[in-house]
Ligand binder design. Structure first.
Ligand code: GDP
Length: 198
């Protein structure tokens, strides 16, 4: 897929105020610093798209971008746990879970994980939650340029082994580097294929 247009639409923290259209959307989420803004900019070929909403607190907002006038790329806040009781029961930020539970236009999510790190509990929990809600998702391994090929292979192998403890079938996964523009074309192809079949 060639990107011929990419523009910021709206930011907000309320799923009810997200664009009221039938345009299919794909959401990008992960822990902060995972490389989400860089990936969105690499995908769209726009150096500063993921920051164009530019307001303080932007990272705590749901950001919609319109791509090629026919799909929305959604930049979700870096997730963390919200403490809900003294017992330290943990949950994900409510407006993020509300988004996933209520956003009918959402076709699929991309959960970003740093290829350098071993599987993190919060990412695993989040993927399991998506699975329970029957929300389709893929995994995007980021920053692969930072690893030697053998180490990268080992890390992915470990990740897959961990996933297979919980999942019978692996979700699709992509290996990316935003600085080297690796893997971004595969993600765009994947989105294009789904869009064509909608
Ligand atoms: P976000 O908080 O998830 O949006 O993460 P950013 O996109 O701001 O990236 C966090 C840091 O990782 C920044 O210093 C980026 O320059 C760096 N980074 C992001 N993607 C890559 C990548 O593919 N390769 C390398 N080497 N660094 C990256």
């Amino acid at each position: 897929m060639d990107i011929h247009s990419a523009s910021f639409v709206i930011s907000n923290s309320d799923v009810e105020k997200c664009p009221n259209s039938k345009i299919p959307e794909y959401a990008f989420i992960g822990r902060s610093n995972v490389g989400k803004s860089s990936l969105i900019n690499a995908l769209t070929g726009r150096k500063k798209l993921a920051k164009t909403s530019g307001r303080p607190g932007k990272t705590q907002l749901i950001n919609h971008f319109l791509i090629n006038d026919n799909w929305h790329l959604v930049d979700l806040p870096g997730y963390g746990y919200a403490r809900v009781s003294k017992k330290e029961k943990k949950t994900f930020q409510k407006f993020i879970t509300d988004y996933f539970l209520n956003r009918k236009q959402l076709i699929s999510a991309f959960v970003l994980v740093d290829s350098r790190h071993k599987p993190q509990e919060i990412d695993m929990e989040f993927m399991q939650w998506l699975g329970l809600q029957q929300i389709p998702f893929s995994i995007v391994f980021t920053k692969i340029d930072k690893l030697k090929p053998a180490v990268l292979d080992k890390n992915i192998e470990n990740y897959v082994t961990e996933l297979l403890k919980y999942w019978e079938e692996l979700p699709p996964y992509f290996m990316t580097s935003s600085t080297q523009h690796l893997g971004t074309d595969k993600i765009l192809e994947y989105i294009e294929q789904i869009n064509q079949n909608l």
